[in-house]
Design a protein around this ligand. Sequence first.
Ligand code: NAP
Length: 522
Amino acid sequence: MMHLESYLSGAWRRGAGDGRVFVNPTTGEAIGQLDSTGLDLRAACDFARQAGAALRTMSFAERGASLGGVADALAGKRAEYLEIARINSGNTARDASIDVDGAIGTLKFYARLGKTLGNGYSLIEDGAVQLTKSDQFKARHLWTSRPGVAVCINAFNFPAWGLWEKFAVAFLSGVPVLAKPASATAWLAERMVRDVVAANVLSDGCLSLVCGSADGLLEAVDAFDGILFTGSSETGRMIRSHATVLATGPRVAIEADSVNVAVLGDGAKPGSETFNLLVREAVGALSVKAGQMCTNIRRFLIPAAANSAFIEALAAQIDRIVVGDPTLSEVSMGPLVNESQRTVARTGLAKLMQETKIVRGGDASGKLLGADAERGAFFAPTLLAAEKSDGLRAVHDVEVFGPVATVIPYEGFSQAVSLALKGAGSLVASIWCGDAQEAAKLAVALAPLHGRVLCVDSNVDENHSGHAIVMPQCVHGGPGRAGGGEELGAMRGLRFHMQRTALQGSPAMLEAVASQSAVAAL
Ligand code: NAP
């Protein structure tokens, strides 16, 4: 059986044990194993920190060029990655593209940003302020790279994008990365890192990879490291409260789960443009990546007058989703990532079903094309309906990480807002509304509890990037239960990895520092 290896301290290494098995979720067959027993993660972190010194002597433009080299190395092997995503993640071609092309696109975006920043090594904010009566004493704010390693722990659903979006931002900031992919889908991450190492586009230590358990990883962190975690709130809480993390105080960013909401505007009539656009988006939420996207819509808030029509229209579209073997071109949705995720999804669904009725789907995997329901981790696209908007708890609280969503009726603006905010902090809200004033009012009301708000009207039409799709130009992360992290957002992502320092002195000194820096606002 295949054994994945870790790339630590400049060499590929295998753990001393057999470790965990990862599977093909379409057939249930074992693919390989991964293990990190006995690997020296403390030494690997030290090695990466030392590599940071060399990385910080590279200008932003040079770092950007290296990111471009990484993107090119990956683009050359794209077809192999799509195949791994199909075998190990149960991805359809569209699902795999979101992960793999999303990763390459994000690397290219940050490569271009590096080129734009030019030959500086640090960033300086524009505009000196005079601090005393003398015009010979002023201040500017300087951003420099933190001298640690970025420990990036990823969730199973984006083995490619999760790895490279974090890497791109950290590397451009001048900080080396030690990445830990989720065990269930680490194969793709391991293969990509192998190809990048073989392409020789990064100097040693800028990118390390640990495949297997994270045992000992948090114990190895230091004050100037950063931990960037994506996964469940439960693991996120454990990381925040870990004894070494509390004692040493690295920066911590948590991207956790959320119960994202889509709101159809109050006046929207069945069959109107925004109504139809939301139905179309909803079909994606119940099929793309089998619903395993942290940004996926989990709740639909629909004006009571349009509620039945919305459920009916969506149910008719759900009936057209073909579930089965993702190799087949007719199949629009593959399985969940493995049997244990299906068990967790079933437990969550049982909680939602106490407050809702099933419109489509439910516990059984339904009719499958080219696949065996006994062996694969299939889960039917499941639409739930709440009869009333009052007294719902689980619907606002439980994220079923699969193709499951609930329709909730509402009456009026205030109720729509109060129901939406019951998600207690989410990655994304979307507003489907033909009236710009109403959409603006909703957007501002929802913004404090959301990292991103997408508003779609007939001007935007189908030309939006999607509720669930994360764009590198925009911040990704959400407050409250979503973890409070903030990634990407062009320059904004660099904040996490850099230290802002108020620099006070003469204009000549400030100018000398500025001459080695790129002028930018973060
Ligand atoms: P998870 O079980 O929390 O695992 C996430 C990562 O944490 C994995 O790499 C896992 O490694 C690692 N981990 C587990 N225990 C750890 C420990 N004690 N110390 C350090 N790392 C540890 O989450 P998941 O099941 O992979 O992902 C699903 C969840 O992620 C969903 O709830 C989803 O909403 C959320 N998610 C959020 C985002 C976002 O951007 N906000 C994106 C994607 C997914 P092993 O796999 O080896 O156990």
